[in-house]
Design a protein around this ligand. Structure first.
Ligand code: UD1
Ligand code: CA
Length: 419
């Protein structure tokens, strides 16, 4: 049952008070992407007809990020009425009136949900002809989460928020993940009945399933066994816990695809990094953004690469590089700083205590020691001797330096020991 009409609603209006941050919660980053971008990607895996994202806190910042990641998304502004229930209500009002499919609700702060689990939810919802279907997990520590209340036969009764729960309900380990599929007609019918009569004075979307059930809609719960998939990020401790877990999964994926990662605990790899088989990543290395490592390259130890390409068989040792391209068989480091626009040709070398910026260093050329090469082009098989710099800036203009091929650049004067 995958041909049903789907609209995804992403909730991202909350302030994220517990982050204690001037940055909106959903813009905090995990494995190189803002939380909201993880959720938008997962949402798009369903091929939805509509994606509506509800914003309020720092709405312009959040809306800009959403529009960049998902240009077709409908941005919906939440009003003064607080709560996830109100957020869903304004989003549903923003959908075309004739939309009659399933509304899938995702939280902007639940970034690790994967496409396969979301598909399980949607298929269970369609397969059961349900009024509402939602995701639960047995949380190792359900503190703060809504609990799933069931009757003696295990049938769904309702969701109770932590702050509204009795001592007995707090002992329930099955937690609400905040991820739902609703039949839009049934949802529209109950949304006006949500009230703010609860401990937080908010309209809760978690009250909707019981209301739908009372009107004869079937309710189903999909329970996931992996609690990380539904982990909500509410504070910075949860953010770093999720980051560590996601990183471990990314490292494992690369290892199983043939990449040697010596020390997963000190290796950080962003989601969109690509690494070919038989590359080797040594301890203390961060591979960030759209970095790409080719086969047989050895990267690390103690190296940070942002949006950098490393060619096949290259070695990159104790390097900090941003927007650089390192050729096949090239060697960089130890202790080199490659700034944006550095392009090192195949078999080239950027050695010890060298800084480069906007510099094209041709195939086989070497800058082995203690140099600054900026706004420069060096041809092939040239050697830039120790201590050489390109004095590219006269205080007003930046000048480009050109060095040809097969050139030996040396300091004109050398201090020699007497005798
Ligand atoms: C919510 C659920 C809880 C569940 C938990 C799972 C409710 C009432 N509670 O609690 O049962 O266990 O998620 O992670 O839904 N948001 C808005 N507008 C608002 C308030 C929140 O858009 O007025 C957004 C937030 O930005 C966030 C999401 O909704 O992305 C969840 O809100 P949050 O306040 O984090 O809810 P929880 O307390 O975690
Ligand atoms: Ca939350």
């Amino acid at each position: 049952m995958t041909d049903q009409r789907i609209a995804v609603v992403v909730l991202a209006a909350g302030q994220g008070t517990r982050m204690k941050s001037s940055t909106p919660k959903v813009l905090h980053r995990l494995a190189g992407l803002p939380l909201i971008a993880h959720v938008l990607r997962t949402a798009s895996s369903l091929g939805p007809e509509h994606v509506a994202v509800v914003v309020r806190h720092e709405r312009d910042l959040v809306a800009a990020e959403i529009t960049e990641r998902a240009p077709d998304a409908i941005i919906v502004d939440q009003d003064d009425v607080p709560g996830t229930g109100r957020a869903v209500e304004v989003a549903v009002q923003a959908l075309p009136a004739d939309f009659d499919g399933a509304v899938v609700v995702l939280s902007g702060d639940v970034p690790l949900l994967d496409a396969a689990s979301l598909r399980l939810l949607v298929d269970a919802h369609a397969g059961g002809g349900n009024g509402a279907t939602f995701v639960s997990a047995i949380a190792p520590d359900p503190t703060g989460l809504g609990r799933i209340v069931r009757d003696a036969d295990g049938a769904f009764v309702g969701v109770v928020e932590h702050k509204d729960a009795t001592a007995e309900q707090l002992a329930i380990a099955e937690a609400n993940a905040g991820i739902y599929a609703f039949d839009v007609t049934r949802l529209r019918a109950v949304l006006p009945s949500l009230t703010t009569a609860n401990a937080q004075g908010e309209k809760y979307i978690t009250d909707a399933p019981a209301l739908i059930s009372a009107r004869g809609g079937r309710i189903d719960v999909v329970t996931l066994t992996d609690p990380w998939l539904v982990a909500g990020i509410n504070d910075r401790a949860q953010l770093s816990d999720a980051a560590r877990e996601l990183n471990a999964r990314i490292v494992r994926r690369h290892q199983l695809a043939g990449v040697t990662v010596q020390d997963p605990a000190t290796t950080w790899i962003d989601l969109d990094v690509s690494i070919e088989a038989d590359a080797e990543v040594l301890p203390g290395t961060q591979l960030l953004g759209a970095t790409a490592i080719a086969a047989g390259a050895v990267v690390g130890p103690d190296t940070t690469l942002r949006d950098t390409e490393v060619g096949a068989g290259a070695t990159v040792n104790r390097v900090d590089a941003t927007l650089a391209v390192i050729g096949d068989g090239a060697s960089v480091g130890p202790f080199a700083y490659l700034r944006p626009g550095t392009i090192l040709g195949d078999q080239g070398k950027i050695g010890t205590f060298v800084e480069t910026k906007n510099a094209k260093i041709g195939r086989g050329s070497k800058v082995p020691h203690l140099s600054y090469i900026g706004d420069a082009e060096v041809g092939e098989d040239s050697n830039i001797g120790a201590n050489t710099i390109t004095a590219n800036y006269d205080g007003v203009h930046k000048h480009r330096t050109e060095v040809g091929s097969h050139v030996q650049c040396r300091l004109a004067q050398r201090v020699r020991r007497p005798g």
